[in-house]
Design a protein around this ligand. Structure first.
Ligand code: NAD
Length: 498
């Protein structure tokens, strides 16, 4: 296969040429153990560079620094507009280095440049949005009815030290979500980025310093989830864990944060239903159905992986979707014509292909997709966009999160029945509906037990709009004013005016 790859941004090339350290208390340091871990390019399987492998001792040092910065440093005394200005400067620096960031992300995570560019831009917007909040975090005056001349008011205060743990499927943006609202509200942060994709988060650490955040306000400790992540979760001096990742690990986090009753917010897995009615604008619905599940090669928590199509158009729609999908070019994210990049790892590729096999064994029909045969793709972790028909909602592939480019098509006749099927899942993150009938659209959107619903569109995100999951898809909300609630405590103050 002939491809023309965009050459790596010079600053990104410089960044990976020097083995990086981790950020603790404003210093770039090696792991206490001296150990380092490799990070690989999923498009080729080649090692890009190594980063320190943070362990328990490093987490302890980082938490101590974050605690000190929260209690004693210049951070707690800083005026809201000064915090806002720091966030704005951080955003400006990210924007000024956008190409470097998108290139580093594509290299480390595999997503096409078009996707990593959009994540950089979303990250800049997110920082600016929360910079604006710093001067608008207000309490209330409460008209209490107790006897006497009593004045009661509330204050919103930071929670303290936040442990941020992020997955590999959108490394930069996920890290920004663990920094923007927490910092805007005056907390300090220890970040443990996914060990498969540490590069853009470490580069962010340099921008944190360049922007002028006081030492210890942001600490970044790469390292495995089972050691560094677990140490952060169990740490008695961490006040809150903000986690994005799988439901399985989310449950462990709830258990291991119990000892000091940490606050926990969780953005977890999904198995989102996408419902296409026969009256939908056909072309829009086809594009939405594909975009909902194949964006980021299906490695999206909100992937519309359960596709319900009204019976009268089911056969045609599924065959057109398969045809449409055949044109999606699979390849290296640095190739401008690539629509689907590789999956993150060999393990993820095998897991996704394993699900396709299970689906076929359980009676699904493969319309298109599966493992690529082209020799050129053999070294990367590629899976072709895959369309499966003849699926029922109780099959393994319709119940479990596949986290790859696999869509399962199911027919339906009746709106109430499809709503029941859509909600018949332990997850509740996203959902979509395509129809030109506004009554059906709202009926379905209101009935879906999910934190996000898209009508005649999909995958839209905005810093101002709350994001999170019902049921086992999460706890709490990121973005919007909901995020301000998530990272502040409310204090009620009583004053005797007599
Ligand atoms: P994962 O749960 O395996 O890992 C997520 C992070 O947790 C990683 O940094 C990992 O190192 C860390 N971790 C692992 N074990 C840990 C432990 N015992 N204690 C503390 N930290 C630990 O998830 P993943 O495979 O990296 O990401 C994919 C998952 O993330 C999918 O389920 C996806 O749906 C979910 N996700 C959810 C959202 C959302 O906003 N709801 C967004 C992106 C991804």
């Amino acid at each position: 296969m002939q491809t023309t790859l965009t050459s790596l941004n010079a600053n990104a090339a410089k960044f990976i040429a020097t083995p990086r350290k981790m950020l603790i208390n404003g210093q770039w340091v090696e792991a206490a153990s001296g150990k380092r871990i490799e990070t690989k390019n999923p498009a080729t399987g080649e090692v890009i560079t190594t980063v320190p492998e943070g362990g328990v001792e490093d987490i302890n040092r980082a938490v101590a620094a974050a605690r000190k910065a929260f209690e004693e440093g210049p951070w707690p005394k800083m005026k809201p507009n000064e915090r806002g200005n720091l966030l704005l400067k951080f955003a400006d620096l990210l924007e000024a280095n956008a190409e470097e960031f998108s290139h580093l992300e594509t290299l480390d995570n595999g997503a096409p440049l078009s996707i990593t560019e959009s994540f950089v831009s979303l990250s800049v917007d997110n920082l600016r949005y929360f910079a604006g909040w710093t001067t608008k975090i207000t309490g209330e005056t409460i008209p209490v009815s107790v006897p006497g001349n009593i004045f009661n008011y509330t204050r919103r205060e930071p929670i303290g030290v936040i442990g941020g743990i992020t997955p590999w499927n959108g490394p930069l943006y996920m890290a920004i979500l663990k920094l923007s609202a927490p910092l805007a509200t005056g907390n300090t942060v220890v970040l443990n980025p996914a060990s498969l994709t540490p590069l853009t988060v470490l580069r962010l650490g340099e921008l944190v310093q360049e922007a002028g955040f006081p030492d210890g306000v942001v600490n970044i400790v790469p390292g495995s989830g089972s050691i560094a992540g677990a140490a952060l979760t169990e740490h008695p001096n961490v006040d809150k864990i903000s986690f994005t990742g799988s439901t399985e690990v989310g449950k462990q986090i709830i258990r291991s944060s119990a000892d000091n009753v940490k606050k926990v917010s969780l953005e977890l897995g999904g198995k989102s239903a996408h419902i296409i009615f026969a009256d939908a604008d056909y072309e829009t619905a086809l594009q939405n159905a594909a975009n909902a599940v194949f964006f980021n090669s299906g490695q999206a928590c909100i992937a519309g992986s359960r596709l319900f199509v009204e019976n009268k158009i089911y056969d045609k729609f599924m065959s057109d979707l398969a045809e449409y999908t055949k044109n999606f070019k699979l390849g290296n994210g640095f190739d401008q014509s690539t629509i689907l990049g590789p999956l993150i790892s060999e393990k993820q590729k095998n897991s996704v292909l394993g699900y396709v096999d299970i689906g076929l064994q359980e009676g699904a029909e493969l319309l298109v997709g599966g493992n690529p045969t082209e020799a050129e793709l053999a070294n990367g972790y590629y899976v072709k966009p895959t369309v499966l028909a003849n699926v029922s909602n109780d099959m393994t592939i319709a119940r479990e999160e596949i986290f790859g480019p696999v869509v399962t098509g199911m027919p339906f006749n009746d709106i109430d029945k499809v709503i029941r099927l859509a909600n018949q899942t332990e997850y509740g993150l996203g959902g979509g509906v395509c129809t030109t009938d506004i009554r059906k659209a709202h009926k379905v959107a209101n009935a879906m037990r999910t934190g996000n619903v898209w009508i005649n569109t999909y995958n839209l995100l905005d810093p101002a709009s709350p994001y999170g999951g019902y049921k086992q898809s999460g706890l709490g909300r990121e973005n919007g004013s909901a995020a301000i609630d998530m990272f502040t405590e409310t204090k009620s103050i009583w004053v005797n005016l007599d």
